[in-house]
Write a protein that binds this ligand. Structure first.
Ligand code: FAD
Length: 458
């Protein structure tokens, strides 16, 4: 078995791990990034499928994402706007389609009034939440013990208003049913993007894409690290010594054919995967418990490529929403300078479970049928069709990211990022601002690197 020694070993070559590795290098520390897959990027992955360039994982950039924007600029990457000219479509509970412009869905005036009031109320609550410390809110415990669905039910008996407000957090963000996460977790999701209104505003939250795909961020960050990024190296065990007054006890990571010794380790991957590693000695009780209270959401990102963006001819922007459709949201996802038109749709949580009970052919038919409700029969005949299924990816196990079960956030959140001896944690799923997004991964990468640089001086 080969052996190498570095100052810091990093488990995972996603945006978080590669950001940390670059910062540590700049600070004069040596690094090794161990990546289980045969590629870098983790949940960022651009691939060519049947001649179509598809962003299989994360892709959008929003205006508040300073850390990501700074990285894009530093790497010399350019962005372009999501296509948004024309009208959006909304399908209501009885299947009727309405075209609209602006953020608020075209519902009956009484329902619209309730939705606007709920958005204002949620904005006010979100303004009281520090996304880095949601558990510090005076009502954190109470808010964490009631599901978002229950909270909405207390606010109004207008089912359509409830379904739509739930959609912005449940199907669209945490990708879990609204009964499965707390109101505090919902507020954190909104606070991490600046406000609840920002989540309602598709033009804000899904503003831009990167020319050539967002995976270029990890690809270029990895290029700078050269041979210090080691692919096909799943870390199987991590021996660690507790910190002492005279410094860290050090770490030894073992993969199938490599041993890496270092002063510090960073676990830079989804927290649901910590238990893939045997820790020697075991992690402390607190971490062993808290890690069990986090789970991944689940969403299928569906890509449908057509010979042209035919919906634009009908005056449609491509933006479509309905909590009553299998594909609860869909957008024009045409690539920069591409003659072909691409739609992207999302099938979330229980709906995703349901269609995976079907054969691939039936699933495709059901999903395209749903898209055709928004865009007409032409949507049923794409030239390329692809489903991003992160649930079957061993080294991710869901999408978009991890969130706490009911009550978990206020009980355990404060220790999510607390280092364990020489072991530090970084991942988008642990972020405050940018939580569940690439921006959060980059923020966590910078933060953990500066903590280690500091600790390495003692
Ligand atoms: P990851 O990207 O998960 O990287 C962790 C890495 O660790 C992986 O490469 C994994 O293989 C590796 N690893 C795990 N265990 C081990 C081990 N034991 N040994 C070695 N290596 C290991 N974000 C946005 O900002 N905008 C979007 O539009 C957006 N859309 C998304 C759409 C989809 C379908 C998905 C899945 C995600 C989306 N996201 C989006 C979220 C975003 O992609 C993630 O938040 C971000 O990429 C996570 O980065 P990370 O470095 O924290 O973790």
């Amino acid at each position: 078995m080969a052996e190498i020694t570095r100052d810091v070993l990093i488990v995972g070559a996603g945006a978080a791990g590669l950001t940390a590795a670059n910062d540590l290098r700049k600070a004069g520390l040596s690094v090794a990034v161990l990546e289980a897959r045969d590629r870098v990027g983790g949940r960022l992955w651009t691939d060519v499928i049947e001649g179509a360039m598809l962003e299989i994982g994360g892709q959008w950039v929003s205006p508040d994402q300073d850390a990501l924007k700074e990285t894009l600029e530093e790497l010399g990457l350019s962005t372009y706007s999501r296509y948004r000219e024309g009208e959006s479509v909304y399908i209501g509970p009885s299947g009727e389609l309405t075209r609209f412009t602006g953020d608020i869905f075209p519902v009956a005036p009484a329902t619209e009034k309730i939705m606007v009031e709920l958005i204002e109320k949620l904005d006010a609550m979100v303004a009281e939440i520090d996304p880095d410390r949601p558990w510090a809110h005076p009502n954190a415990e109470a808010l964490d013990e009631v599901s978002f669905e229950q909270w909405l039910a207390v606010q109004t008996d207008d089912q359509e208003a409830r379904d739509n407000i739930a959609l912005f957090i449940a199907g669209a963000m945490l990708t879990k049913p609204a009964h499965a996460f707390s109101t505090l977790q919902a507020l954190l999701m909104a606070a991490s993007a600046g406000s609840f209104s920002n989540l309602v505003d598709a033009d804000f939250i899904l503003d831009e894409r990167v020319i050539g795909g967002l995976q270029q961020v990890p690809l270029l960050l990895a290029e700078r690290l050269g041979d210090d990024v080691l692919l096909n190296q799943p870390v199987r065990s991590l021996e660690w010594g507790p910190s002492t007054g005279s410094g860290t006890g050090g770490v030894t990571a073992t993969t199938d054919d490599l041993t890496v010794r270092a002063r510090f380790a960073i676990l830079a991957h989804a927290p649901v995967l910590y238990n893939r590693i045997s820790f020697v000695p075991p992690m402390p009780r607190r971490q062993q418990q808290l890690h069990q209270h986090l789970s991944m959401g689940f969403v299928i990102k569906v890509h449908a490529v057509y010979d042209r963006p035919f919906w634009r001819e009908q005056g449609l922007s491509g933006t479509a929403f309905s909590p009553y459709e299998l594909a609860h949201e869909a957008y024009d996802n045409t690539n920069h300078d591409d003659e072909r038109g691409t739609l992207v749709g999302f099938v979330s949580d229980k709906h995703a479970d349901g269609v995976f009970e079907l054969s691939a052919e039936e699933r495709k038919e059901r999903i395209l049928e749903s898209l055709s409700h928004y865009y007409g029969p032409e949507a049923k005949s794409p030239v390329v069709y692809y489903e991003s299924d992160w649930g079957s990816e061993e080294w991710t196990r869901g999408a978009y990211a991890a969130s706490f079960d009911l009550g978990g956030l206020h009980r355990y959140g404060n220790d999510l990022r607390t280092p364990v001896g020489p072991i530090h944690f970084a991942c988008s799923d642990l972020a405050g601002a940018g939580y569940q997004h690439v921006d959060g991964a980059i923020r966590m990468g910078h933060l953990v690197a500066s903590d280690i640089v500091e600790a390495s001086r003692t």
